[in-house]
Design a protein around this ligand. Structure first.
Ligand code: MN
Length: 292
């Protein structure tokens, strides 16, 4: 199979705060060549690189806000996050856990550091992705998947060189734990020093990597340090990731949704009229109710 080459390697941008609890580097859509269409169906990536939050009696985070038209996927690497939404979904995710919230037709939610964790503070690291929904599913019923780390299916690399956590999609015949609306692969590749994993996705699937820990080499020649993002080209299927030291790499690859994107703030629809409708529905309380 043809090799998929590296298109772009980008370091973390200047961080900004989402609420007061998430100190994030935005890679999608703000980085060069990474607009919402380029990595579609992954239309947003915020990365809270390792950051030490001091103890706080009042949990830091982001208060009640709406979403419509897509899914939010939160992956905790360090620290704990507590979430509640107006459809009744919610829970606590800790190290290695994943929260998959389908906002679809509309939810209100809030996202905070978990209260006990907040009192102690400490190292915090997480990724939030927004996954687009096809037009036919944008107004479907909200749902919530809470995926504890021990429920994530794994593929063990030969010679004890690490494992691939399959959050969604499929790797080496092993299916992921989350259900998705369109074809999407989402893995944590946990490679030990000297470990190598091969990935293969259809050429048209938009594909990227984020190095969470360690240092890796893509296709045997592109060195990528911690906190860097790699956009893979759509010129082939197969690529390799090898680890110079114990490393964690978030691997994303999805079939593009071939539809227009109209985005404004917390709403991602297909047309400006649908965005205006979302604001109107929100202002008329049609996203339900959630206590502050
Ligand atoms: Mn949110």
């Amino acid at each position: 199979m043809k090799t998929r080459e590296v298109e772009l390697v980008v370091g973390p941008r200047e961080p900004h705060y989402v609420g007061d609890g998430f100190r994030v580097h935005n890679f999608i859509p703000s980085a060069y060549r990474l607009d919402m269409q380029r990595m579609n169906p992954v239309i947003m990536m915020d990365y809270n690189s390792k950051f030490n939050f001091p103890p706080s009696v009042r949990p830091k985070g982001v208060g009640v806000h709406p979403h419509r038209g897509f899914e939010t996927v939160t992956i905790a690497y360090k620290g704990k996050i507590e979430h509640h939404d107006s459809s009744g979904g919610g829970g606590i995710i800790g190290e290695g856990d994943v929260q998959w919230m389908t906002a679809a037709g509309g939810v209100l939610h809030k996202e905070f550091h978990e209260s006990e964790w907040s009192k102690k503070g400490g190292e915090f690291q997480m990724v939030q992705l927004w996954i687009n929904l096809p037009a036919k599913d944008k107004m479907s019923k909200p749902k919530y998947q809470s995926i504890a780390n021990d429920k994530i299916n794994r593929f063990n690399l030969a010679d004890d060189k690490g494992e691939i956590e399959i959050i969604a999609g499929e790797y080496q015949g092993i299916k992921g734990s989350a259900t998705t609306f369109t074809p999407l692969h989402l893995f944590n590749a946990k490679l030990k020093e000297g470990g190598l994993a091969t990935f293969s996705f259809p050429t048209n699937f938009n594909t990227a990597l984020l190095v969470i820990e360690g240092n890796v080499v893509v296709n045997g020649e592109n060195k990528v340090p911690t906190d860097n993002f790699v956009l893979m080209a759509n010129d082939g299927e197969t690529f390799t990731v090898s680890a110079d030291e114990d490393s964690i790499v978030l691997v994303l690859s999805g079939e593009p949704i071939d539809e227009p994107i109209a985005a404004h703030g917390p709403f991602v629809m297909n047309t400006r009229a649908e965005i205006a409708q979302a604001f109107e529905d929100f202002n008329h309380g049609k996203f339900g109710f959630l206590e502050d």
